[in-house]
Design a protein around this ligand. Structure first.
Ligand code: HAM
Length: 441
């Protein structure tokens, strides 16, 4: 056989045995970790009055090309479907959310508090904390233009992290403001159309070396690059409101009043220990217009745990509906890694509550009893293909890690009383069928 064919077969075998790069096979214990995150997210969002919604995994390509920004567009899983439509697997949820809200804007009661747990796809280089398929937990608050919405959404983000046991020593939400950056570039005479490119330079400022950043600034503002570079460095280093006031020359007083109110609200909502002003954050997505934020592990070692911000123009631009909005998304990969590292994931227990042991002769009594218990919410298993002796069924019960075993032999059926054994203590109780549910609950 030709070596090309050989290589092809090796590749094919590999592909069949392993998930694609950046995709995960989630075995039950990994799936349980992810579900634990989802369950806590849902608890936190519902305590803030959020409702869950969902949209399609596959969307028209244009939805993201128009609104998500260059970086995400370069990472799209996109293709032509059989009808010749240009489509993409969703890399994020916000454009879909904007479309759905805009379509019902006249009838939806504001403020709109919506959340979602869903899978997303980005063709990134797989690395620690970054995959090609990942899950996000999104929460968005639409209809409020006041900083009270931003404060509420950041408080919710903090609450999700606290709900899974993380404290102020474990994570920090770094908060910044695109309006300040846009004012800043405006003062340097940069036209509005060039703002996305300017914000893109700030977004990559830390990653790029200074020569690269200067080169990009040179292309943007040929005569001011050196001055801009120094001024950007000053603004990026702001960590308090006073720093911002000093560096920006107190010119934007109106914005400073917003900041003061915002910080006061965050203080009243008891989240001050979890936040940090950090003007080096501008976010990679194109649609943000105001406060933006990213959450990180406190030491700043790993990739972002979450990101979000205000996007007041997205619905207007996409659908001619005026609706201010803000929100965030938490990724399951980085948060899962952090919780594992901090040993904050509860021990996985996929065991049933009960293992039922019976014989062919007692099956007619045992199976309806099992169904009644299952219908009332008791998880239970038994040797359904009836291959095991009584003693082997007991061994199987122990191996299943069930809390209890229930014996239904001919004597039990005749007496109408069953033996319920606690498999960890070995204690047994003799119970009538109507007493079983209470004993197992
Ligand atoms: P984002 O910052 O692009 O924001 O993503 C939010 C989070 O999703 C990230 O902080 C990260 O935890 C996770 N994430 C992103 N890409 C990957 C990846 N390749 N692998 C693993 N995790 C990843 C948004 O998506 C905005 N739509 C959030 C938002 C909602 N803004 C307003 N509302």
């Amino acid at each position: 056989m030709r070596s090309v064919d050989n290589e092809f077969m090796v590749l094919q075998r590999l592909l069949m045995k392993q998930a694609l790069p950046g995709f995960r096979d989630l075995y039950p214990n990994s799936c349980a970790i992810r579900n634990y995150l989802f369950q806590n997210f849902r608890q936190a969002t519902s305590s803030f009055g959020f409702e869950e919604f969902d949209g399609p995994l596959l969307e028209p390509l244009d939805l993201f090309v128009e609104k998500s920004g260059e970086e995400i567009v370069s990472q799209l899983f996109s293709f032509s479907d059989r009808g010749g439509r240009a489509v993409a697997l969703r890399p994020e949820l916000t454009p879909t959310l904007a479309r759905m809200v805009a379509a019902r804007a006249a009838t939806l009661k504001r403020p709109i508090r919506w959340c979602n747990v869903g899978e997303h796809f980005r063709y990134e280089r797989p690395q620690k904390g970054r995959l090609r398929s990942f899950w996000q937990m999104n929460a968005d608050l639409l209809g409020g233009s006041d900083v009270a919405s931003d404060a509420e959404i950041i408080t919710l983000l903090v609450s999700v992290f606290r709900q899974v046991g993380l404290g102020a020593d474990d994570f920090v939400v770094r908060i910044s403001d695109r309006q300040i950056w846009m004012d800043f570039f405006g003062k340097f005479g940069l036209p509005v159309e060039q703002m996305p490119a300017a914000l893109g330079i700030i977004d990559k400022f830390e990653r790029d070396d200074s020569q690269e950043s200067k080169k990009k600034l040179e292309e943007l503002c040929p005569n001011l690059a050196t001055e801009l570079f120094a001024a950007i460095n000053d603004l990026r280093q702001c960590r308090t409101l006073e720093d911002i006031k000093n560096v920006s020359g107190k010119q934007n007083l109106c914005r400073m009043a917003d900041w003061e109110k915002f910080l006061q609200l965050l203080n009243d909502l008891q989240v001050t220990p979890f936040i940090q002003i950090d003007l080096s954050i501008v976010r990679g997505l194109a649609y943000y217009t105001g406060f933006v934020f990213e959450a990180f592990e406190r030491s700043g070692q790993s990739r972002a745990l979450a990101g979000g911000g205000r996007y007041d123009d997205l619905l207007e631009k996409l659908h001619k509906v005026s609706m201010p909005a803000c929100g965030f998304a938490i990724g399951d990969v980085t948060l899962g890694l952090l919780l594992q590292e901090k040993q904050l994931i509860p021990q996985y227990n996929g065991a049933p509550r009960l293992f039922v042991i019976f014989s062919d002769e007692t099956q007619k009594v045992a199976l309806p009893l099992c169904q009644n218990l299952r219908n009332r919410g008791i998880s239970l298993c038994y040797d359904f293909d009836r291959k095991l002796s009584f003693s082997k069924q007991l061994r199987e019960a122990n191996r299943s890690k069930a809390a209890f075993a229930l014996f239904i032999g001919t004597d039990e059926v005749a007496s109408g009383k069953f033996t319920l054994k606690d498999l960890s203590s070995g204690d047994a109780q003799i119970l009538a069928d109507h007493e079983l549910f209470a004993a197992l609950s």
